[in-house]
Design a protein around this ligand. Structure first.
Ligand SMILES: *Cc1c(COP(=O)(O)O)cnc(C)c1O
Length: 453
């Protein structure tokens, strides 16, 4: 066995590259990385590998330390064409949202101070008039994400009572967020009505009793049921609910404030439509089609929103100052009618095919022989508008002769600084300019050229 040839911790610590690391990092931290790398080498040897030299171990320590010492999550370039990519942090922020976040973070802010009166204020106060204006609702509340908004809403309105949900809407949104589980967690009892594909107003009506606290309507944001289907509109449920004093709670998912049909996409429910239909509470994310930071927004009647605001969970879920600043700045874009130009995801959605083709051609010319500009489809992603695509163009890099094919090339692109995330289609690596920010183009071109050379 070559085990006895393994260098000792002391010897590795004494090497020049590891000594250099000790100038920047604490000794106990580097020593534990060294021990980890030696342990790894030991199990490699047991699996039949040669003993690494001391400089190989030192190099491994260096690499490990640099990768652990980096700020995570790291910046990456999204060339997948998936606009709201959940794995890549959903919506990129506008410059204004970014600036707002910086200003409140680098110093103090008026987060909970009423500047006029010099008294304690509410962190929710500033967003109230903006959200009321944009959605038509009486009141609004903002929490950490939409999952917590829904949990808070059900806990405050329906704990110990019954909530009627269509069988077709007792769905899983993703990441362990299942409507039946959230209802159970809130202390409400789920009363499922109708069938997976068809549910009628009469099904809700038949299930109403003195314990009914609400109808919950959940938008099928990440799947599509086709064919023989029916589910009542929010407005129809509101009408039924009014007769029995039962509010409609509507989880619309994406928080889309613009009309998606103007961009050639299917209709996506908007908070303002849901409020107009009479929903008591509407829940939505602020980092999907709204295009802001992570957050969950509740808008609705003053009476119901107040019940949420007073619930103890509201404090546990309260939004932080950075998200609040970025969200306010993002919502102001809508108020100024500049959302399609200023908010990155809307710029991406509204980018014309010609504009994208031109960018793809410009990239392709720098890549040399092989890569071609091809028609492609971008998607919205992030559990919004499932199955909807936007016609696009991409640079396709053929991978037939390359080591490990398309997977190998995609991996080498991920190893670049910053990493480039591409899409694989048909043994080709596709780079879709739609989701690449203009200021990232030069870095992307350099990285791709490096990988192809
Ligand atoms: C995305 C989504 C959620 C969860 O929202 P987060 O902001 O990710 O917590 C809940 N409901 C629906 C319908 C969704 O689409």
């Amino acid at each position: 066995m070559a085990l006895r040839n393994l260098p000792s911790v002391e010897k590795v610590l004494a090497t020049q590259p590891v000594q250099a690391l000790l100038q920047c990092y604490r000794h106990d931290w580097i020593a534990s990385v060294v021990r980890g790398c030696i342990d790894e080498a030991r199990s490699d040897i047991r699996n039949g590998h040669d003993a690494p030299s001391i400089s190989e171990v030192a190099a491994r320590v260096e690499e490990r330390t640099h990768s652990l010492g980096e700020v995570h999550p790291r910046q990456v370039i999204n060339a997948t064409g998936v606009i709201i990519h959940t794995n890549l942090g959903r919506a990129p922020l506008s410059q204004e949202a970014m600036n707002a976040m910086m200003r409140v973070s680098l110093g103090y802010s008026s987060l909970e101070l009423d500047l006029k009166e010099g008294r304690r204020g509410s962190r929710q106060a500033h967003l109230q008039p903006i959200l009321r204006q944009l959605t038509g609702a009486e009141a609004a509340l903002v929490v950490n994400n939409n999952a917590s908004a829904v949990l808070l809403g059900l806990s405050a309105i329906a704990n110990g009572k019954e909530v009627i949900v269509s069988r077709g809407e007792a769905v899983e949104i993703g990441g362990g967020f299942r409507i039946p589980d959230v209802l159970a967690q809130s202390g409400a009892r789920l009363v499922e009505v109708g069938t997976t594909n068809r549910t009628y107003v009469s099904d809700y009506e038949a299930a109403i009793n003195e314990n009914t606290a609400a109808f919950l309507k959940v938008h099928a944001s990440n799947f599509r049921v086709m064919g023989f289907t029916h589910s009542p509109q929010a407005g129809e449920l509101v009408e039924l609910g009014q007769k029995h004093g039962v509010p409609v709670l509507h989880d619309i998912g994406s928080g889309c404030l613009l009309d998606t049909r103007m961009y050639g996409l299917a209709y996506e429910p908007s908070p303002q439509d849901s409020i107009k239909a009479g929903a008591g509470l509407v829940f939505f994310s602020s980092d999907k089609l709204l295009g802001g930071p992570q957050g969950g927004v509740v808008v609705g009647t003053r009476e119901l929103v107040d019940r949420l605001a007073r619930h103890p969970l509201a404090r546990a879920m309260r939004i932080d100052k950075m998200s609040l600043a970025a969200l306010t700045a993002t919502l102001l874009h809508y108020l100024k009618d500049e959302a399609p130009e200023k908010i990155p995801i809307w710029r991406m959605i509204s980018a014309s095919k010609d504009e994208i083709k031109e960018r793809a051609s410009r990239w392709q010319m720098t890549f040399g022989m092989g890569p071609e500009v091809v028609p492609a489809s971008s998607t919205i992603g992030g559990g919004s508008l499932p199955g909807e695509t936007l016609d696009s163009w991409a640079v396709a890099i053929p991978c037939a002769g390359l080591p490990n094919g398309a997977q190998g090339l995609a991996r080498r692109l991920r190893e670049q600084e910053p990493p480039v995330i591409a899409r694989i289609d048909n043994e080709q690596v596709l780079l879709d300019p739609r989701t690449v920010l203009p200021e990232e183009e030069d870095m992307l071109i350099t990285s791709v050229r490096e990988v192809l050379s």
